[in-house]
Design a protein around this ligand. Structure first.
Ligand code: C2E
Ligand code: CA
Ligand code: CA
Ligand code: CA
Length: 277
C-alpha cells in the first residue's frame, strides 16, 4: 500500500514537472512573441437575432508557438498576464484589429468590432501607452468611427477602482464597453449601477442548459429585462443549437454568437459573409 502511494506521488510529481516546464517555455515564447510574431487574429460574428443579420465581429487571438504549435488563448492569456507580456501583446492586437477594420471598410464593409481587453491593460503603467491613447491615436490616423468599436471587459476586474476609472474615461470618449462573461463568477449587480457599459454579454454557462432548465431561462429573462431598463444591449455567447436560440430570442436577447451561427473566421471569410440568416 505504502509503496503504491509513493509511486503515485512520483507520477504526480512528474506530471507537475512537465506542466511547469511547458508553462515556463510558453512564458519565454510569449516574450519573443510580444511584438506579434506568431500571433494572429480571427473574428467571430455576432448576429442580430431579430433581423437575422450579421451585426459585428469579436476579435480573438491565436498563437502558433514554434515548438508546441497552436496554443489556446485559454492557456496562454493567463500566462501572458502573469509575466506582463499581455500589455505589449494587447497593444499589438488592438492596432492589428483596427487596421483590419479599416481594411474591411476600404473593401466596402463597415463592421462593428469588439476587442477583448485584459485587466492589466487598464492598470496605470508609465512605460506603455494607455488603451485609451492607443484607441484614440489609431482612430484618428485611420479615420474610424468610435461608435462601431467596443471593448470587452470581464466583470471580475471592474471592482478595481483604477480599472473602473479607465473604463469610465474610455466610455466618455464614445467607445462602447461590453461586460464579458456576465454571470459566470459571482456577479455583483451593484456593478451595473456604476459601470457605463453599453452591452452585457451573457456567459455561455447560462446558455448551455437554458432549454432543459426553466429556472435558468428565468434568470436569463431577468438579466435581459434589467439590461433593457439600463439601456444596454444583450449578447448571448456560446449558442450551439437552434432550440437554445429560440428560447433566447423569446427571452428578448438582442444578439447571438456561437457555433450555431459561425466559428471564428479569418478576415477574408468575414468579408465574404452573407448578410441574411
Ligand atoms: P471569451 O472572450 O469568452 O471568448 C469566447 C470563446 O468561446 C472563444 O474561445 C470562442 O472561440 C469560443 N466559442 C465561441 N462560440 C462557441 C460555441 O458555440 N461553443 C463553444 N464551446 N465555444 C465557443 P477562444 O478564442 O479559445 O478564447 C478563449 C478566451 O481567451 C476568451 O473567452 C477570452 O477570455 C480569451 N481571449 C481570446 N482572445 C483574446 C484577446 O485578444 N485578448 C484577451 N485579453 N483575451 C482573449
Ligand atoms: Ca470576449
Ligand atoms: Ca465571453
Ligand atoms: Ca465565456
Amino acid at each position: 500500500e505504502a509503496q503504491r502511494s509513493s509511486r503515485q506521488i512520483g507520477w504526480y510529481a512528474d506530471d507537475l514537472r512537465r506542466k511547469l516546464a511547458r508553462q515556463r517555455a510558453l512564458e519565454d515564447g510569449l516574450w519573443f512573441a510580444r511584438g506579434g510574431s506568431g500571433m494572429s487574429l480571427v473574428y467571430q460574428p455576432k448576429i442580430d437575432i431579430r433581423a437575422g443579420e450579421v451585426f459585428g465581429v469579436e476579435a480573438l487571438l491565436r498563437w502558433r508557438h514554434p515548438e508546441f504549435g497552436s496554443v489556446s488563448p485559454a492557456e496562454f492569456i493567463p500566462l501572458a498576464e502573469r509575466n506582463q507580456t499581455i500589455v505589449p501583446i494587447g497593444e499589438w492586437l488592438m492596432r492589428e484589429a483596427l487596421r483590419q477594420k479599416h481594411l474591411w471598410r476600404q473593401q466596402g464593409r463597415s463592421i462593428h468590432l469588439s476587442i477583448n481587453v485584459s485587466p492589466l491593460q487598464l492598470q496605470p503603467d508609465n512605460c506603455a501607452p494607455s488603451v485609451l491613447e492607443i484607441l484614440t491615436e489609431e482612430c484618428r490616423r485611420l479615420g474610424l468611427d468610435r461608435d462601431k468599436l467596443e471593448l470587452e471587459i470581464t466583470e471580475g476586474l471592474l471592482s478595481n477602482e483604477a480599472v473602473m476609472a479607465q473604463v469610465k474615461a474610455i466610455a466618455s470618449e464614445g467607445f462602447g464597453i461590453a461586460i464579458d462573461d456576465f454571470g459566470r463568477d459571482h456577479s455583483a449587480l451593484s456593478l451595473l449601477v456604476n459601470c457605463p457599459a453599453t452591452t452585457l454579454k451573457i456567459d455561455k454557462s447560462f446558455v448551455d442548459n437554458v432549454v432543459e432548465n426553466e429556472r435558468q431561462l428565468a434568470v436569463v429573462q431577468f438579466i435581459v429585462d434589467l439590461a433593457g431598463k439600463l439601456g444596454m444591449r444583450t449578447v448571448v455567447e456560446g449558442v450551439e443549437h437552434l432550440v437554445q436560440l429560440v428560447a433566447l430570442a423569446d427571452a428578448g436577447c438582442d444578439y447571438g454568437q456561437g457555433y450555431f451561427y459561425y466559428r471564428p473566421l479569418t478576415a477574408q471569410q468575414v468579408l465574404d459573409l452573407r448578410h441574411k440568416h
